[in-house]
Write a protein that binds this ligand. Structure first.
Ligand SMILES: [Ca+2]
Ligand SMILES: [Ca+2]
Length: 146
């Protein structure tokens, strides 16, 4: 009986801890881009953080995030970091119908950030592409945050 009680405690503890753990973005939450993601239709789902490479000068990487139907948030942000030194990548954000919602076009390997208004239940898309340079080995990171 005591064993059973301990097991129950452990279970309820893990149930309590789990939401906190998943809210913290660790390495386990980082997802790799899935090529061929060169169009909106084949966007890689990126709920938290994604890494990818612009592996040719023509490589275009699309990512999507779906806002929960119960979300009360009014805005969302995509951030592009770790652009390789000497390269220039930019970030554009679109809604489901392909309408441009915002763009970030800083010079060189500077980070890019686009904050845009959202509607619960809708999907939003980030497009990462190169203005100058590419690398098959140096990963950039795209973060999706409320
Ligand atoms: Ca890529
Ligand atoms: Ca691609």
């Amino acid at each position: 009986m005591k064993k059973f009680a301990i097991l129950l405690t452990a279970l309820s503890l893990s149930a309590l801890i789990a939401p906190t753990a998943s809210a913290q973005v660790g390495t386990m939450d980082i997802k790799m881009e899935i090529e061929n993601n060169n169009s909106m239709t084949y966007a890689t789902k990126c709920p938290f953080k994604c890494i990818g490479t612009i592996s040719t000068i023509d490589d275009v990487d699309w990512y999507s995030v779906q806002i929960g139907s119960l979300s009360t948030a009014t805005s969302f942000t995509f951030t592009l970091t770790d652009v390789p030194t000497g390269k220039d990548y930019d970030l554009f954000v679109y809604n489901e119908t392909g309408q441009l919602l915002g763009k970030s076009t800083n010079m060189g390997s500077a980070s890019e950030m686009v904050t845009f208004p959202i509607t619960a239940g809708k999907s939003y898309y980030a497009k990462v592409f190169s203005v100058s340079g590419y690398s098959t080995s140096a990963f950039y990171m795209l973060s999706a945050d409320f």
